[in-house]
Each structure stands twice: as C-alpha cells, then as structure tokens.
Design a protein around this ligand. Structure first.
Ligand code: GDP
Length: 195
C-alpha cells in the first residue's frame, strides 16, 4: 500500500472505546523498547507519529492509527519490564487478551522481537496467545543492523529453534536504520488486508 496519510485516532483502555467502523486492523506487539514505535514510524514514513515512550512499560492503552483512512494500525501495550508491578502485568494481560480474542477486524499481528537477544519467556507467552486466538502472525526481528554478519545469518535458525516454529512461520529481519525488511513487511500486511 502506498501510504498517503496517517494520523493518530485514539487510545482505548476498554473494548467499548475501540473504533466501530469495521476497518481492517494490523496490530503490533512486543516487549517495551523492542523498537515498536520506530517500526511504526518507519512503515508510515513519519518521524514522530508513534511516540517512543519515555516511561517504558507504562503505556497500557491500545492505540489506533488511521492509515489512508482505510486501515487501522494498532499499537498494543509493550510488556516485560521488571519495574512493572504485578497488578500492571495483570492489566496488560487483560487488555491484550480482550483485544486479540474479540477483535473481528483484526487481520494480522506483527510480533516484534529484538534480534540481539534470544526470545524470552514472555515472547513465547505472547506467541502462544496469538496462536490460541487464531490471529495470523508475522514475527519481526528488530534492530538487525546491530548484529554481526554471522549472527544475522543465523538469526532465522535461532528464532525458529527457540520459539519452536514450524517452517511456514514467517520471520522478517528488520532495521529502521538501514530499511531492511520494510518492503517484506509491507508485502505481508498488504496480503492480509487484501490490498
Ligand atoms: P518501543 O518502546 O518498542 O516503542 O521502542 P522504540 O521505538 O522507542 O525504540 C527503543 C530504542 O531502540 C530507541 O532508542 C530506538 O532509537 C532504538 N531502535 C529502534 N529501532 C531500531 C533499529 O532498527 N536499529 C537500531 N540500531 N536502533 C533502533
């Protein structure tokens, strides 16, 4: 899709506050600091549309961005910061479960995982949740510009092993710095939203 316009629409804590016009949605999820805001801005050719958060892990809302007045990109709350209390983790779980299991317009989840670290328990948890919710998912390995060549080469293999993925699962190496993976990710998004 050629992006001609994008803008922030709303933050919602509860499903009653989600947009009701039924446009197709693509959701973005991952650990805090994984590079989610940066990836959103890269996809939409915008510098500061999705705010890189100052207080990691504190954003609990589901944030909706309109793309070409036709599709919503949905920024799901990040997870996995040690500083976050038990009750906030419970809120995260509730928010994300409510969205993933009951959101009819959801076409694709983009699951971001930092390429530099092996996926962690909570990444595995989210993947399981996406599977249970039957949401088509693409895994994006972020910040690959920070990898050594040898690590880059082994990236897919490592991710597949740790996450126990089958051969069909899609992993896209991505870098906001070099632009690697941007087109591949757009191709997957276009496919799922029927562009
Ligand atoms: P979020 O919390 O998931 O929204 O993460 P941010 O988008 O705020 O990014 C967290 C940090 O990672 C920031 O310092 C970014 O500049 C950095 N970052 C994000 N994407 C990339 C990337 O592709 N390459 C590099 N080298 N750094 C990145």
């Amino acid at each position: 899709m050629k992006v001609v316009s994008s803008h922030f629409v709303k933050s919602a804590l509860h499903p009653v506050d989600y947009p009701k016009d039924g446009r197709a949605e693509v959701a973005f999820a991952g650990r805090s600091n994984v590079g989610k805001s940066t990836l959103l801005n890269t996809l939409l050719n915008r510098k500061g549309l999705a705010k890189t958060s100052r207080t990691p892990g504190k954003t609990r809302t589901v944030n909706f961005f309109s793309v070409n007045e036709a599709v919503y990109f949905v920024d799901l709350p990040g997870y996995g910061f040690a500083r976050v209390s038990k009750s906030m983790q419970a809120t995260w779980q509730k928010t994300i479960t409510a969205y993933l299991f009951r959101r009819a317009p959801l076409r694709l989840a983009v699951h971001l995982i930092d390429a530099r670290h092996p996926p962690m328990a909570r990444d595995v948890d989210l993947l399981a949740l996406l599977d249970q919710a039957h949401v088509p998912t693409v895994i994006v390995a972020t910040k690959v510009d920070k990898l050594k060549q040898s690590q880059h080469r082994r990236l897919e293999e490592t991710f597949r092993a740790v996450l126990e993925l089958d051969d069909e699962a899609l992993i896209i190496p991505f870098s906001a710095v070099t632009g690697e993976g941007r087109k591949a990710l757009w191709d997957v998004i276009d496919d799922q939203i029927g562009e």
